[in-house]
Design a protein around this ligand. Structure first.
Ligand code: GRF
Length: 192
């Protein structure tokens, strides 16, 4: 991606809706020397999102928009442009972004999904994987396109399903891999 200019780090916004463990992990990664990104802004569609606490802990700006009003997305685009955000990382963000929004940041929005895409798009991936008696599952980081969980795949990690796995156990193991995979994907898109 031709976004890296000189020695400046890429201004990045992370979008969350819930716990924010991927957010925390990305913040920690962004503080390492090898990281090409700097997390400048946290966006949430949910006032109750636990992950919002990381804004205070790490002194990062935050903005909450419920997306209930049509103007909310326009407002968000304005904020992101004002802050000169050049990369957006969706991390457990439960709102589907409009085609217009995605076009405004073409090729600059990443998402992490807890399955081996193109299999198991959408919600409740771990339950569905277990019902179908799959041998493997995993996680995927991909570029966001207007079609849900359908953009170009950047990187995937495959994990073996165990006999006594439950959706909860699986989610926990996949999440550990997600935390390794997101930084790897970012290094990869910047050819680092
Ligand atoms: C992750 O499993 C992510 O792949 C999915 O939602 C979960 C978010 O977890 N889209 P967290 O909020 O980052 O802890």
């Amino acid at each position: 991606m031709a976004l890296l200019t000189g020695n400046k780090k890429i201004k990045t916004a992370v979008f969350i809706s819930g716990t924010g463990s991927n957010l925390k992990n990305l913040i920690q990664f962004s503080k390492t020397k090898k990281s090409p990104i700097l997390i400048d802004l946290i966006i949430s569609n949910n006032f109750k999102s636990k992950g919002l606490r990381f804004a205070k802990i790490f002194k990062i700006k935050k903005k909450i928009l419920t997306f209930k009003k049509k103007t909310d997305e326009k407002k968000l685009i304005r904020v992101l442009k004002e802050e000169k955000i050049n990369l957006i990382c969706l991390a457990g963000f439960m709102k589907i972004l409009s085609r217009n929004f995605i076009k405004s940041f073409k090729g600059k929005i990443l998402n992490i999904h807890p399955s081996l895409l193109p299999n198991y798009k959408g919600l409740n991936t771990h339950t569905r994987v277990l019902i179908n008696k799959e041998k493997y599952t995993g996680c995927t980081v991909h570029f966001v396109s207007p079609k849900l969980d359908n953009g170009k795949i950047i990187i995937q990690k495959k994990i073996k399903i165990k006999k006594n796995d439950t959706p909860k156990k699986l989610a926990k193991r996949v999440l550990i891999e997600e935390h390794k995979l997101y930084p790897k994907a970012i290094l990869k898109i910047f050819n680092l």
